[in-house]
Design a protein around this ligand. Structure first.
Ligand SMILES: [Zn+2]
Length: 389
Protein backbone atom coordinates (compact mmCIF):
# COMPACT_ATOMS: atom_id res chain seq x y z
CA UNK A 1 0.00 0.00 0.00
CA UNK A 2 1.16 3.53 -0.74
CA UNK A 3 0.83 6.48 1.59
CA UNK A 4 1.01 10.07 0.38
CA UNK A 5 2.14 13.22 2.14
CA UNK A 6 2.55 16.79 0.98
CA UNK A 7 4.98 19.49 1.96
CA UNK A 8 4.73 23.11 0.88
CA UNK A 9 6.63 26.36 0.85
CA UNK A 10 6.32 29.91 -0.44
CA UNK A 11 8.26 31.01 -3.48
CA UNK A 12 8.57 33.96 -5.86
CA UNK A 13 7.37 33.13 -9.36
CA UNK A 14 9.32 34.63 -12.25
CA UNK A 15 7.73 35.57 -15.54
CA UNK A 16 8.28 32.11 -17.04
CA UNK A 17 6.37 30.54 -14.19
CA UNK A 18 3.60 33.11 -14.40
CA UNK A 19 3.33 32.42 -18.12
CA UNK A 20 3.14 28.70 -17.44
CA UNK A 21 0.46 29.15 -14.78
CA UNK A 22 -1.61 31.32 -17.13
CA UNK A 23 -1.24 28.87 -19.98
CA UNK A 24 -2.20 25.97 -17.75
CA UNK A 25 -5.32 27.80 -16.62
CA UNK A 26 -6.31 28.57 -20.21
CA UNK A 27 -5.83 24.96 -21.25
CA UNK A 28 -7.88 23.78 -18.30
CA UNK A 29 -10.74 26.10 -19.18
CA UNK A 30 -10.59 24.98 -22.79
CA UNK A 31 -10.79 21.33 -21.73
CA UNK A 32 -13.67 22.09 -19.39
CA UNK A 33 -15.60 23.67 -22.26
CA UNK A 34 -14.93 20.65 -24.44
CA UNK A 35 -15.98 18.34 -21.63
CA UNK A 36 -19.28 20.18 -21.18
CA UNK A 37 -19.97 20.46 -24.91
CA UNK A 38 -19.20 16.79 -25.56
CA UNK A 39 -20.66 15.64 -22.29
CA UNK A 40 -17.64 13.64 -21.21
CA UNK A 41 -15.91 13.60 -17.86
CA UNK A 42 -13.67 10.55 -17.89
CA UNK A 43 -9.96 11.08 -18.33
CA UNK A 44 -9.74 8.82 -21.33
CA UNK A 45 -12.66 10.36 -23.19
CA UNK A 46 -11.60 13.90 -22.44
CA UNK A 47 -8.02 13.19 -23.53
CA UNK A 48 -9.25 11.87 -26.85
CA UNK A 49 -11.53 14.85 -27.43
CA UNK A 50 -9.20 17.59 -26.31
CA UNK A 51 -5.53 16.70 -26.68
CA UNK A 52 -5.31 17.72 -30.34
CA UNK A 53 -7.11 20.96 -29.65
CA UNK A 54 -4.41 21.89 -27.17
CA UNK A 55 -1.82 21.95 -29.97
CA UNK A 56 -2.05 25.72 -30.26
CA UNK A 57 -1.00 26.27 -26.68
CA UNK A 58 2.58 27.15 -25.91
CA UNK A 59 3.32 24.52 -23.29
CA UNK A 60 5.12 21.21 -23.15
CA UNK A 61 3.03 18.11 -23.55
CA UNK A 62 3.54 17.21 -19.87
CA UNK A 63 1.41 20.18 -18.91
CA UNK A 64 -1.19 19.45 -21.54
CA UNK A 65 -1.82 16.01 -20.13
CA UNK A 66 -1.97 17.35 -16.62
CA UNK A 67 -4.33 20.18 -17.57
CA UNK A 68 -6.71 17.56 -18.96
CA UNK A 69 -6.71 15.59 -15.73
CA UNK A 70 -7.16 18.80 -13.72
CA UNK A 71 -10.15 19.60 -15.94
CA UNK A 72 -11.55 16.14 -15.26
CA UNK A 73 -11.55 16.95 -11.55
CA UNK A 74 -13.47 20.17 -12.15
CA UNK A 75 -15.96 18.42 -14.44
CA UNK A 76 -16.63 15.71 -11.87
CA UNK A 77 -17.36 18.28 -9.19
CA UNK A 78 -19.53 20.15 -11.63
CA UNK A 79 -21.55 17.01 -12.28
CA UNK A 80 -22.09 16.48 -8.59
CA UNK A 81 -23.21 20.07 -8.14
CA UNK A 82 -25.43 19.92 -11.19
CA UNK A 83 -27.26 17.01 -9.64
CA UNK A 84 -27.91 19.21 -6.63
CA UNK A 85 -29.20 22.03 -8.81
CA UNK A 86 -26.12 24.13 -9.65
CA UNK A 87 -25.60 24.40 -13.37
CA UNK A 88 -23.30 27.29 -14.27
CA UNK A 89 -20.46 26.22 -16.57
CA UNK A 90 -17.35 26.10 -14.42
CA UNK A 91 -14.60 28.57 -15.20
CA UNK A 92 -11.25 28.41 -13.43
CA UNK A 93 -9.93 31.80 -12.31
CA UNK A 94 -7.35 30.66 -9.84
CA UNK A 95 -3.83 30.04 -11.06
CA UNK A 96 -2.99 26.53 -10.04
CA UNK A 97 -0.84 24.07 -11.88
CA UNK A 98 -0.56 20.41 -11.00
CA UNK A 99 1.96 18.24 -12.77
CA UNK A 100 3.18 14.71 -12.31
CA UNK A 101 5.52 14.45 -15.27
CA UNK A 102 8.96 15.62 -16.24
CA UNK A 103 10.03 17.46 -13.11
CA UNK A 104 13.05 16.71 -10.95
CA UNK A 105 14.26 17.54 -7.48
CA UNK A 106 17.98 18.19 -7.82
CA UNK A 107 20.68 20.19 -6.01
CA UNK A 108 18.18 21.82 -3.69
CA UNK A 109 16.00 22.95 -6.57
CA UNK A 110 12.78 21.93 -8.20
CA UNK A 111 13.36 21.63 -11.95
CA UNK A 112 10.27 22.05 -14.08
CA UNK A 113 10.42 21.28 -17.79
CA UNK A 114 9.96 24.44 -19.80
CA UNK A 115 11.99 24.81 -22.99
CA UNK A 116 14.02 21.85 -24.21
CA UNK A 117 17.06 21.55 -21.93
CA UNK A 118 16.15 24.80 -20.16
CA UNK A 119 14.12 23.86 -17.17
CA UNK A 120 12.68 26.38 -14.74
CA UNK A 121 14.55 26.22 -11.45
CA UNK A 122 12.86 26.98 -8.16
CA UNK A 123 15.04 26.85 -5.03
CA UNK A 124 13.58 24.66 -2.30
CA UNK A 125 13.79 25.54 1.38
CA UNK A 126 15.96 23.31 3.53
CA UNK A 127 12.82 22.08 5.30
CA UNK A 128 11.25 20.91 2.05
CA UNK A 129 14.53 19.33 0.90
CA UNK A 130 14.91 17.44 4.16
CA UNK A 131 11.28 16.34 4.15
CA UNK A 132 11.30 14.72 0.72
CA UNK A 133 14.80 13.27 0.98
CA UNK A 134 14.72 9.53 0.37
CA UNK A 135 11.14 9.51 -0.91
CA UNK A 136 9.84 9.57 -4.40
CA UNK A 137 8.12 12.84 -5.31
CA UNK A 138 4.99 12.13 -7.30
CA UNK A 139 3.48 15.49 -8.09
CA UNK A 140 4.05 19.22 -7.94
CA UNK A 141 1.38 21.84 -7.33
CA UNK A 142 2.14 25.48 -8.06
CA UNK A 143 0.08 28.56 -7.32
CA UNK A 144 1.25 32.15 -7.67
CA UNK A 145 2.99 32.12 -4.30
CA UNK A 146 3.17 28.54 -3.05
CA UNK A 147 4.53 25.27 -4.24
CA UNK A 148 3.68 21.85 -2.85
CA UNK A 149 5.39 18.52 -3.39
CA UNK A 150 3.54 15.24 -2.85
CA UNK A 151 5.73 12.33 -1.93
CA UNK A 152 4.93 8.69 -1.33
CA UNK A 153 6.20 5.69 0.53
CA UNK A 154 5.35 2.04 0.52
CA UNK A 155 3.84 1.10 3.85
CA UNK A 156 2.94 -2.09 5.59
CA UNK A 157 -0.12 -1.83 7.79
CA UNK A 158 0.66 -2.46 11.43
CA UNK A 159 -1.31 -5.07 13.28
CA UNK A 160 -2.69 -2.89 16.07
CA UNK A 161 -2.64 -3.78 19.74
CA UNK A 162 -5.77 -1.77 20.31
CA UNK A 163 -7.74 1.19 19.05
CA UNK A 164 -8.49 4.72 20.03
CA UNK A 165 -11.90 6.26 19.38
CA UNK A 166 -12.09 10.00 18.69
CA UNK A 167 -15.16 12.09 19.38
CA UNK A 168 -15.44 15.66 18.16
CA UNK A 169 -17.07 18.43 20.09
CA UNK A 170 -17.32 22.17 19.94
CA UNK A 171 -14.16 22.93 21.86
CA UNK A 172 -12.38 19.64 22.30
CA UNK A 173 -11.59 16.24 20.95
CA UNK A 174 -12.15 13.37 23.30
CA UNK A 175 -10.12 10.22 22.94
CA UNK A 176 -10.94 6.84 24.44
CA UNK A 177 -8.49 4.00 24.00
CA UNK A 178 -8.83 0.22 24.32
CA UNK A 179 -6.62 0.33 27.39
CA UNK A 180 -9.30 2.46 29.06
CA UNK A 181 -7.35 5.68 28.97
CA UNK A 182 -9.25 8.80 28.10
CA UNK A 183 -7.90 12.16 27.04
CA UNK A 184 -9.34 15.47 26.02
CA UNK A 185 -7.61 17.62 23.51
CA UNK A 186 -8.41 21.30 23.72
CA UNK A 187 -9.25 22.69 20.32
CA UNK A 188 -10.94 25.91 21.42
CA UNK A 189 -8.25 28.04 19.81
CA UNK A 190 -9.45 26.89 16.42
CA UNK A 191 -13.03 27.72 17.31
CA UNK A 192 -11.98 31.11 18.64
CA UNK A 193 -10.01 32.00 15.53
CA UNK A 194 -13.06 31.19 13.46
CA UNK A 195 -15.33 33.18 15.73
CA UNK A 196 -13.10 36.27 15.57
CA UNK A 197 -13.02 36.28 11.82
CA UNK A 198 -16.74 35.75 11.62
CA UNK A 199 -17.17 38.75 13.86
CA UNK A 200 -14.88 40.92 11.72
CA UNK A 201 -16.69 39.87 8.61
CA UNK A 202 -20.11 40.53 10.05
CA UNK A 203 -19.12 44.15 10.76
CA UNK A 204 -18.15 44.94 7.23
CA UNK A 205 -20.53 47.49 5.88
CA UNK A 206 -19.07 48.28 2.51
CA UNK A 207 -21.71 48.48 -0.13
CA UNK A 208 -19.58 47.35 -2.98
CA UNK A 209 -20.10 43.64 -3.21
CA UNK A 210 -16.81 43.09 -4.94
CA UNK A 211 -14.72 44.83 -2.31
CA UNK A 212 -16.61 43.02 0.39
CA UNK A 213 -15.98 39.72 -1.28
CA UNK A 214 -12.31 40.44 -1.67
CA UNK A 215 -11.80 41.48 1.93
CA UNK A 216 -13.89 38.57 3.02
CA UNK A 217 -11.86 36.05 1.09
CA UNK A 218 -8.61 37.55 2.35
CA UNK A 219 -9.77 37.14 5.91
CA UNK A 220 -11.05 33.72 5.06
CA UNK A 221 -7.69 32.62 3.77
CA UNK A 222 -5.79 33.82 6.83
CA UNK A 223 -8.33 32.18 9.02
CA UNK A 224 -8.09 28.88 7.20
CA UNK A 225 -4.31 28.93 7.47
CA UNK A 226 -4.38 29.55 11.21
CA UNK A 227 -7.01 26.94 11.91
CA UNK A 228 -5.11 24.46 9.77
CA UNK A 229 -1.98 25.03 11.85
CA UNK A 230 -3.86 24.44 15.08
CA UNK A 231 -5.37 21.26 13.69
CA UNK A 232 -1.98 20.08 12.44
CA UNK A 233 -0.64 20.38 15.93
CA UNK A 234 -3.50 18.33 17.33
CA UNK A 235 -3.46 15.64 14.66
CA UNK A 236 0.29 15.23 14.93
CA UNK A 237 0.18 14.60 18.66
CA UNK A 238 -2.75 12.22 18.40
CA UNK A 239 -1.08 10.14 15.71
CA UNK A 240 2.27 10.13 17.52
CA UNK A 241 0.60 8.85 20.67
CA UNK A 242 -1.34 6.21 18.74
CA UNK A 243 1.86 5.12 17.04
CA UNK A 244 3.64 4.70 20.36
CA UNK A 245 0.83 2.46 21.59
CA UNK A 246 0.36 0.71 18.24
CA UNK A 247 -3.27 1.73 18.25
CA UNK A 248 -5.50 1.98 15.22
CA UNK A 249 -7.84 4.95 14.98
CA UNK A 250 -11.62 4.99 14.91
CA UNK A 251 -13.51 8.09 13.81
CA UNK A 252 -17.03 8.98 12.85
CA UNK A 253 -17.93 8.93 9.22
CA UNK A 254 -18.86 12.55 8.80
CA UNK A 255 -20.09 12.48 5.23
CA UNK A 256 -23.13 14.70 5.28
CA UNK A 257 -22.44 15.86 8.81
CA UNK A 258 -23.19 19.45 7.87
CA UNK A 259 -26.76 18.45 7.40
CA UNK A 260 -26.86 17.75 11.11
CA UNK A 261 -26.28 21.39 11.78
CA UNK A 262 -28.59 23.06 9.34
CA UNK A 263 -31.28 25.61 10.02
CA UNK A 264 -34.36 24.25 11.56
CA UNK A 265 -32.66 21.56 13.58
CA UNK A 266 -33.42 23.43 16.77
CA UNK A 267 -29.90 24.63 17.43
CA UNK A 268 -29.05 28.28 17.91
CA UNK A 269 -27.50 30.32 15.16
CA UNK A 270 -24.13 30.68 16.82
CA UNK A 271 -23.92 27.04 17.84
CA UNK A 272 -24.64 26.04 14.29
CA UNK A 273 -22.03 28.42 12.94
CA UNK A 274 -19.40 27.22 15.35
CA UNK A 275 -20.12 23.57 14.77
CA UNK A 276 -20.04 23.97 10.99
CA UNK A 277 -16.90 26.05 10.91
CA UNK A 278 -14.92 23.75 13.06
CA UNK A 279 -13.61 21.77 10.05
CA UNK A 280 -13.75 18.25 11.36
CA UNK A 281 -13.31 17.18 7.83
CA UNK A 282 -9.89 18.83 7.73
CA UNK A 283 -8.88 17.33 11.05
CA UNK A 284 -9.97 13.87 9.98
CA UNK A 285 -8.12 14.23 6.72
CA UNK A 286 -4.97 15.12 8.62
CA UNK A 287 -5.31 12.32 11.15
CA UNK A 288 -6.05 9.83 8.43
CA UNK A 289 -3.07 10.57 6.19
CA UNK A 290 -0.69 10.87 9.12
CA UNK A 291 -1.91 7.60 10.59
CA UNK A 292 -1.71 5.79 7.25
CA UNK A 293 1.81 7.10 6.82
CA UNK A 294 2.71 5.28 10.02
CA UNK A 295 0.88 2.15 8.90
CA UNK A 296 -1.87 2.55 11.49
CA UNK A 297 -5.31 1.37 10.39
CA UNK A 298 -8.09 3.96 10.30
CA UNK A 299 -11.69 2.88 10.65
CA UNK A 300 -14.79 4.97 10.10
CA UNK A 301 -18.03 4.18 11.88
CA UNK A 302 -21.50 5.60 11.49
CA UNK A 303 -21.99 8.52 13.86
CA UNK A 304 -25.64 8.06 14.61
CA UNK A 305 -26.51 7.61 18.27
CA UNK A 306 -22.97 7.64 19.62
CA UNK A 307 -23.77 10.39 22.08
CA UNK A 308 -27.15 9.28 23.38
CA UNK A 309 -26.47 5.69 24.39
CA UNK A 310 -24.66 4.35 27.42
CA UNK A 311 -21.27 2.97 26.40
CA UNK A 312 -21.56 0.14 28.93
CA UNK A 313 -25.08 -1.18 28.49
CA UNK A 314 -26.56 0.62 25.49
CA UNK A 315 -29.47 2.22 27.36
CA UNK A 316 -30.59 5.69 26.46
CA UNK A 317 -28.91 8.24 28.70
CA UNK A 318 -30.62 11.19 30.33
CA UNK A 319 -29.21 14.61 31.02
CA UNK A 320 -28.07 15.46 34.48
CA UNK A 321 -29.72 18.73 35.47
CA UNK A 322 -27.28 21.53 36.34
CA UNK A 323 -24.32 19.65 34.89
CA UNK A 324 -24.52 20.09 31.20
CA UNK A 325 -21.58 17.86 30.21
CA UNK A 326 -22.82 14.91 32.25
CA UNK A 327 -25.21 12.14 31.30
CA UNK A 328 -26.87 9.57 33.53
CA UNK A 329 -27.57 5.96 32.65
CA UNK A 330 -30.75 4.74 34.36
CA UNK A 331 -29.74 1.07 34.02
CA UNK A 332 -26.19 1.27 35.32
CA UNK A 333 -27.06 4.20 37.57
CA UNK A 334 -23.84 6.07 36.86
CA UNK A 335 -23.03 9.55 35.75
CA UNK A 336 -20.68 9.87 32.82
CA UNK A 337 -19.02 12.64 30.94
CA UNK A 338 -20.91 12.82 27.69
CA UNK A 339 -17.82 13.27 25.50
CA UNK A 340 -16.02 10.33 27.07
CA UNK A 341 -19.13 8.24 26.69
CA UNK A 342 -19.39 9.18 23.03
CA UNK A 343 -15.71 8.43 22.39
CA UNK A 344 -16.13 5.00 24.01
CA UNK A 345 -19.12 4.27 21.83
CA UNK A 346 -17.13 5.19 18.73
CA UNK A 347 -14.27 2.99 19.91
CA UNK A 348 -16.63 0.08 20.55
CA UNK A 349 -18.12 0.35 17.08
CA UNK A 350 -14.68 0.40 15.53
CA UNK A 351 -13.42 -2.57 17.51
CA UNK A 352 -16.46 -4.54 16.45
CA UNK A 353 -15.57 -4.02 12.82
CA UNK A 354 -11.85 -4.34 13.25
CA UNK A 355 -10.44 -7.11 11.08
CA UNK A 356 -8.37 -8.46 13.96
CA UNK A 357 -9.20 -9.92 17.34
CA UNK A 358 -7.87 -7.85 20.19
CA UNK A 359 -6.21 -9.38 23.21
CA UNK A 360 -8.90 -9.98 25.78
CA UNK A 361 -7.09 -8.26 28.61
CA UNK A 362 -7.15 -5.02 26.68
CA UNK A 363 -10.91 -5.05 26.91
CA UNK A 364 -11.39 -6.01 30.55
CA UNK A 365 -8.63 -4.00 32.15
CA UNK A 366 -9.72 -1.89 35.10
CA UNK A 367 -10.09 1.75 34.26
CA UNK A 368 -7.06 3.71 35.31
CA UNK A 369 -7.70 6.86 37.20
CA UNK A 370 -7.25 9.97 35.18
CA UNK A 371 -4.26 12.08 36.08
CA UNK A 372 -2.31 8.92 36.71
CA UNK A 373 1.35 9.77 36.11
CA UNK A 374 1.57 6.60 34.07
CA UNK A 375 -0.93 7.94 31.62
CA UNK A 376 0.89 7.66 28.34
CA UNK A 377 -1.44 10.11 26.70
CA UNK A 378 -0.48 12.62 29.30
CA UNK A 379 3.17 12.27 28.57
CA UNK A 380 2.61 13.28 25.00
CA UNK A 381 1.05 16.44 26.25
CA UNK A 382 -2.51 15.59 25.44
CA UNK A 383 -4.35 16.95 28.41
CA UNK A 384 -5.45 14.07 30.58
CA UNK A 385 -9.03 14.24 31.47
CA UNK A 386 -10.16 14.31 35.11
CA UNK A 387 -13.81 13.36 35.46
CA UNK A 388 -15.91 15.35 37.91
CA UNK A 389 -17.19 13.04 40.58
ZN1 LIG B 1 -25.68 1.84 31.17
Amino acid sequence: MLAIKTVQQFYEPDKNIMGLLEEFRRMMNHCIQIGIAENVSSLKALSLKSYKQLATYDAMSYYKQCSISAAVGVLRNHRKNARRGGSRTPYVRRLRLITCYGFKVEDGCLLLPHRPRQPIRIPLTSHVQATVRGYSVRSVTLTRDKLALSYVKQIIEIRPKGFVGIDRNLDNLTLAASDQLVAKYDISRATRVKATYREVRSHMRRNDVRIRREISSKYGQKQRERVKQILHHASKQIVEAAKRERFGIVMENLTGIRRLYQRGNGQGNSYRGRMNSWSFAELQRQIEYKARWEGLPVIYVRPHGTSAKCSMCGSRMTRVPEENRQLHCPTCDVKMDRDVNAARNILARGVRFAPIALPVEAMVQEPRTAGNPESRWERVNVKAYAPKS
